[in-house]
Design a protein around this ligand. Structure first.
Ligand SMILES: Cc1cc2nc3c(=O)[nH]c(=O)nc-3n(C[C@H](O)[C@H](O)[C@H](O)COP(=O)(O)OP(=O)(O)OC[C@H]3O[C@@H](n4cnc5c(N)ncnc54)[C@H](O)[C@@H]3O)c2cc1C
Length: 367
């Protein structure tokens, strides 16, 4: 059986690894001239780590990520609003996106990765299964659901980069919430630190000095935020407006096509689960293909398992943004901060645990 994967982002490449794992022939078609990822970090959550473990890649990912970290949410003066349960947080692995992509690619024979290969029509592809992993602006989604609304601006813009200087290895994962703005820290295992800033803004804004924009927003926040910015070459700062799917899709499959990752469920990044959901999708799709009698049955099972979970995640992420950095009214911010201090950390962790508790299905064929 042969699958063609459209799009070689984290979702598409994981799908290729997972489908090969269950014995499929796979080809990944990527429109860019090279495979790779943007220069930013991603937190691989415990749920996605379990999916990667099912593919035999968890140890490789741990090797390129943060060894052990605890986490906290703070206000701009550095006062702790809540701590994130350390034992659970230990299992979030912060990695550079390019390193994660390289680990995934290394599990594939080079000949199945094709660059400069923009797919214009799914009909022309010679495959039993087409995995449309072509991202938030998915052409495949538009072709399959031409009357549905596609992606919309989520009201915030984000900057991301990685320091060149190395910081102490005990620096924890952290998030700092200020009025209308947040700053997040993802320390890598080698001491470099990935960071992001998000702020409420109109769509399409750009500056000749994006580093200066971040400095203006958070340059007087608590340590080590100013030092992280000082250790970041200004030209490496990336800015992306945050978009999400305008409305949940009624199905992730049509005919022999499965939508996967952002193509199926583009969500805001506030739960740090967009790429993690794509990784889960990949393993569930491969498991369904391994176990079902035919492709339509496999795709029905994939849709049944993935749509409720990913659409709940997208909704929770949107809500978190509203009560997180999108709050700007000082009274509302003070009340939110007081509530976070008052609620025991274990309550927040228990809520998050519901999402993190996912385990992957077996990749073995039945019988
Ligand atoms: C600021 C920010 C921070 C984030 N932080 C996190 C985080 O910490 N944790 C997390 O899990 N997620 C995070 N996310 C979300 C995560 O980045 C995405 O969910 C994830 O990258 C989606 O992967 P994908 O493979 O589905 O799509 P993409 O990464 O968009 O890949 C799609 C690929 O398809 C290719 N393509 C498109 N059209 C075609 C075509 N017609 N033919 C061939 N190729 C095509 C593109 O070139 C691209 O390589 C964040 C997102 C943002 C914006």
């Amino acid at each position: 059986m042969k699958a063609v994967v459209v799009g070689g982002g984290l979702g598409g490449v994981t799908a290729a690894v997972a489908l090969r794992h269950v014995g499929w022939e796979v080809e990944v078609l990527e429109r860019a001239p090279e495979f790779g990822e943007v220069g930013a970090g991603v937190g691989v959550m415990p749920n996605a780590m379990r999916a990667l473990a099912a593919l035999g890649l968890a140890d490789d990912v741990r090797r390129i990520g943060t060894p052990r970290v605890a986490g906290a949410i703070r206000d701009p003066r550095g006062r702790t609003l809540t701590r994130v349960d350390a034992s659970r947080q230990d299992r979030v692995v912060a990695v550079h996106r390019a390193d994660l992509h390289r680990v995934l690619r290394s599990a594939l024979p080079p000949e199945c990765l094709v660059t400069d290969a923009e797919v214009r029509s799914l009909d022309d592809l010679d495959a039993d299964l087409v995995v449309a992993a072509d991202g938030i602006r998915s052409r495949a989604r538009q072709a399959l659901f031409p009357t549905l609304p596609q992606s919309v601006y989520a009201g915030a813009t984000a900057w991301r980069s990685v320091t060149t200087a190395r910081f102490p290895l005990d620096l924890g994962l952290s998030q700092t919430l200020g009025p209308g703005t947040e700053f997040g820290v993802l320390p890598l295992g080698d001491g470099r630190v990935c960071w992001y800033a998000a702020t409420v803004a109109s769509a399409g804004g750009r500056s000749a000095d994006e580093w200066g924009e971040v400095r203006r927003l958070v340059g007087d926040w608590h340590d080590p935020i100013p030092a992280l910015l000082d250790a970041t070459p200004p030209e490496t700062v990336l800015r992306h407006d945050i978009h999400e799917l305008a409305a949940p899709l009624p199905t992730y499959v049509r005919g022999r096509v499965a939508l996967l990752g952002d193509a199926a469920h583009a969500m805001t990044p506030y739960l740090g689960q967009g790429a993690c959901m794509a990784i889960e999708d990949a393993v569930v799709l491969a498991a369904a293909c391994a176990r079902a009698a035919d492709v339509p049955t496999a795709l029905a099972e994939y849709d049944r398992q993935r749509r409720p979970r990913t659409q709940r995640m997208a909704k929770a992420s949107r809500v978190l943004g509203r009560v997180g950095h999108q709050l700007r009214n000082p009274v509302a911010v003070t009340m939110r901060d007081a509530a976070m201090r008052a609620v025991p950390a274990s309550v927040g962790s228990a809520r998050a645990a519901k999402f993190l508790a996912w385990t992957p299905p077996s990749l073995s064929p039945v019988g």
